[in-house]
Design a protein around this ligand. Structure first.
Ligand code: PAF
Length: 278
């Protein structure tokens, strides 16, 4: 496995490759990331995993400074999987000058995560577009755990005519249902016990809907109360149309329930797809 830190060397190295898959990450890799890497490996001859904690997608009060940086372990895990290339640039490499050029994102980027983390998707879009331009992959893999991010990256690919297939990787969960996330490592033991309530609450709503309860707004409100009772500070629980991420109506059959909230200083998100047969 090659660890490459500069853009010029990466470009030269990738000239030899005819099919490239990119898995963009911020490191602190867990089984969820590794499953994305394995998906990449099934679809391309050369897998590039980027590890870069992107300051631009963190608001000043967020966890940029304390975001876990575990590059040695990360590289070890990737080597064990047989990854060809890790791209490990520093901030100067990717942002040598202040990032003045920005992208204007669609309105959906201001909802859900975008409502509670203003500027987040702008930062994500810039770094991902940079990585796409640098790596020029044929495929890029994003996890469904960050459902809205995946949605926006698919939209970006489509609307900017990027010659890249955006592929979705399934969420990997702990035994109690908690979606694996780098931020789970912030949780205390007792918070870790509370954490699976996010998944359980979403799953309960999913079951209710599958059983024919179509009172979507009431289901959302009840789920918020339920999570609050379990010690969560809830940002949102939202039943949306899967394809547009707009609020779902009772006649919709292709849904996703998304949720986000805080346990102490730690913010977690999760979602579940709901396919109804009428
Ligand atoms: O999902 C992430 O880890 C990040 O948002 C990404 C896509 C690597 C961009 O920094």
């Amino acid at each position: 496995m090659e660890i490459i830190t500069d853009i010029a060397s990466l470009r030269t190295r990738l000239k030899r490759e005819s099919s490239i898959a990119l898995v963009p990450t911020m490191g602190n890799l867990h089984q969820g990331h590794l499953s994305l890497v394995q998906l990449a490996q099934q679809h391309a001859g050369c897998t590039v995993v980027s590890i870069f904690v992107n300051r631009l997608q963190f608001a000043p009060h967020e966890d940029f400074d304390r975001y876990p940086r575990t590059q040695t372990t990360d590289c070890h895990l990737l080597e064990q999987l047989g990854v060809e290339i890790v791209f490990l640039p520093d901030e100067k490499e990717l942002y040598p000058v202040p990032q003045e050029f920005q992208l204007l994102l669609p309105a959906v980027a201001d909802t859900l995560e975008g409502q509670f983390r203003p500027g987040f998707f702008r930062g994500v879009a810039i770094i991902v577009l940079k990585l796409f331009n640098i790596v020029q992959p044929h495929i890029a893999i994003f996890g469904k755990k960050d459902y809205q991010q995946l949605h926006l990256m698919q939209k970006m690919g489509q609307q900017l005519n990027l010659p890249i297939e955006i592929m979705a990787g399934e969420t990997v969960r702990a035994e109690d249902g908690l979606a694996l996330s780098s931020r789970n490592s912030y949780l205390s033991e007792s918070q870790r016990q509370q954490a699976s309530h996010l998944f359980r609450t979403l799953f309960h709503v999913k079951q209710k809907i599958e059983q024919g309860d179509h009172n979507l707004r009431l289901l959302e409100e009840r789920a918020k109360c339920e999570l609050a009772k379990q010690g969560w500070k809830v940002d949102y629980i939202a039943l949306q149309q899967r394809k547009t991420l707009l609020p779902a109506n009772t006649s919709d059959t292709d849904l996703v329930i998304l949720g986000a909230g805080w346990l102490g200083q730690t913010r977690l998100i999760d979602n579940l797809e709901i396919a109804l047969t009428l």
